[in-house]
Design a protein around this ligand. Sequence first.
Ligand code: NAD
Ligand code: ZN
Length: 359
Amino acid sequence: MEKVNVPLGNRTYPIFFANNVITDASRILKPYVQGKTVMIITDTNIDPLYGQTLQSTLKSEGFNVHKIVIPAGEKSKTLETSEILYNRCLEANLDRTSTIISLGGGVVGDISGFVAATYMRGIDFIQVPTSLLAQVDSSVGGKVGVNLPAAKNAVGAFHQPRAVLIDVSLLKTLPAGEFRSGLSEIIKYGVIWDKAFFDWLEENIDDLKKDDDKLQYAVIQSCRIKAEIVSQDEREKGLRAILNFGHTIGHAIESAAGYGRYTHGEAVAIGQVYESSLAVHTGFLKQQNAHKIKRLIQNAGLPVDYADIEHECLIERMLYDKKNVDTEPVFILPMDIGEVKKVKISVDNVRRFLERARE
Ligand code: NAD
Ligand code: ZN
């Protein structure tokens, strides 16, 4: 079993990587659970696959185990669902020594982390991420939260888990589209931070779906990179912004096309292609590197272009992005593979770029 430590200020928590260990999860996680009572939070897709197994293994270690199953999907990530969860935690007598264990994708991770951050002013939580996106992205970094009807992730907290257990064998049951969506974030890590990892991905992208060792390697590298960035900037005051490569245009495409048309990962894939091309347009990146990025995204089975969105509509969404505090959109642009910089670009310049790119 491999382990990556995430150092944050004066404390550190571990991410464990192992294959086929769900039946052994309680042995691995036991040292990170202080009390006797645990609450598993999972969703309706994941529960029949892994919920019972996790519950049994925790029971066999003598824990008092409860479980709540929420409907699968983004629509569950709300304050209303949180209230249901708080009440269930109360009924099950969870106290300050209890632990919430999140078993699921980013939706389950975000809302159960949010409930853990706020129930009784904060209790422990552990993540067992089951989607590729959750394994490489949402389970690392401590951002937890829920959506408001008008804005995604508008209410939340920073609440780091006690531990994370990542088992890539759980991804066997993940729908193919969700798997590809996670690949988009994996590619992002290569572009923003690690040329050697990018080169490795170029060689191995086709094997990730069928080779668990390679998949685990890619997941570990991704977590290592995200952990390194988050450790240097836990509260997103600076460096952490580089994780938004592909996301300024990606979020704009996601929302302008209507949520659901593109998965988050697909939109971010297109965003990475366009932002790389914007970096060429603005003179930061060599054309051949933009081609390499596009080719890798294409080889991962991800889209590289969008259909039918007006330039002005995209620009408007870029300006509304909550991370843009200015009147000019901010981009994380690659200078080279493995190196990015935060750049503000005038609306006129973005418009000219989009016109040329879409000719
Ligand atoms: P998700 O949790 O909805 O999971 C996607 C789908 O796959 C769901 O239907 C789920 O039930 C199913 N699923 C998950 N694991 C499975 C498995 N092993 N087998 C079969 N089905 C499985 O979505 P997601 O893509 O995992 O996460 C998206 C969420 O993550 C968004 O709400 C986003 O805001 C959030 N997010 C958070 C952060 C963060 O830093 N906290 C970062 C990125 C994304
Ligand atoms: Zn993302």
